[in-house]
Design a protein around this ligand. Sequence first.
Ligand SMILES: *Cc1c(COP(=O)(O)O)cnc(C)c1O
Length: 464
Amino acid sequence: MKYYDKLIFELSKSGRTGYSLPESSCPACGEALPAALCRSLPLDLPEVSEPDVVRHYTNLSQMNFGVDTGFYPLGSCTMKYNPKINEEVTAAFGGIHPLQPEATVPGVTEIYREMDRSLAAITGMAHFTFLPCAGAHGELTGLMLVREYHNARGDFARTKVIVPDSAHGTNPASAAVCGLEVVVVKSDARGLIDVEALKPLLGDDVAAIMMTNPNTLGLFEREVREIASLVHACGGLLYYDGANMNPLLGVVRPGDMGFDVMHLNLHKTFSTPHGGGGPGSGPVGVAERLVPFLQRPQVSGFHGNFGVIVRAYAYILMLGRENVRMAGKLATLGANYIKESLKDVYKLPIGSVCKHEFVFDGLVNDGAHDDVPGATTLDVAKRLLDFGFHAPTIYFPLLFHQAIMIEPTETESLETLDAFIDVMRRIAEEAARDPMILHEAPHNTPIGRPDETAAARQPILCYH
Ligand SMILES: *Cc1c(COP(=O)(O)O)cnc(C)c1O
């Protein structure tokens, strides 16, 4: 850290200013504005000079990590390239208002129509709603649609949702929020849904199965066609969690695999920035027989997060049909390249060809000796920060105790992937030689190992 905290925070000194304004031409308070509405005390803002305020924000920005700073191999989160042209295109729509008469914004309705057509073509669904503002929000919307569908047929007994044990945590959470009962189906030794374990769970109380394909281990569920016919035969529907659909873009479509309802994460697969909690967009697509219910759940105001939808639209237009396919193939190639280059030093519980991401289960040699404990996955993740790489997703999925889930964005160069592999090998070598180096990492970041729960639950946002 270049400055100690005192030179970044608590800079205020009474009387300092960083701006000057021309003489106000507004009438004095109490004339145009009733005196009761006027501020009686001055605003309690920090008093700082221009260089101080510029340094404050510049230093803060450098304490952060982002896709513009370095490689970000966060599995199951799909940190995409965020084309800068997206921002220009979106800024062009900055002046419109959701209450404006539709006739004055024909371009906006055209974008929604075009996005509906493009996503339908990419996924094999009939139509999409753009109201949901996140992946989890899309799941909830999709499950509400499933319930509408069953209820409309007078079939009120379907209260169960089957979720694989490898599923993203939002899947069971959304089912529970929707008032449905979660039934877990286990994975087999290959990391895929165990079809034999699924069969006894099926019956006339099943509303749907929620599947991610490729699943959160980065593996393609090969038996998806068989699973689809089993679930349909018992009267249930198939929900597709398409948050991480990038490896399948232009290659296979959920609609053709037999799915009835799905969501996409435009803020993952379609290049719009994410992290920090939003804004996102989780459009929900449905097969033809669910179209009548599509606009029923009013899950957000107005028309969803339009700015995110514009960015995704720009990205789809920029790639075109041919290059959409390339994105998926490159994502798969990069993940397999890293996996094969590191599997002698990190434990690889499932060795088959992966899609866009894969999971290690900790170090082959964690260096444990005498009374020094071995290096853990958390230690590896912290040590990576010292080398300027963001950590992968860790301790997820829950199937492995020391899970390290790696997903390289498809736009990363071979040089970047090689640099990451070099550093991961070096860390493995350090762990074997002296695990204390890892236990004490990170050594050169502004903060080391914060209390993550407190940081999330009791953030200190005020300068006081
Ligand atoms: C990210 C993700 C979600 C949830 O998406 P949010 O936009 O974070 O709500 C759901 N499923 C999978 C597989 C994901 O990777």
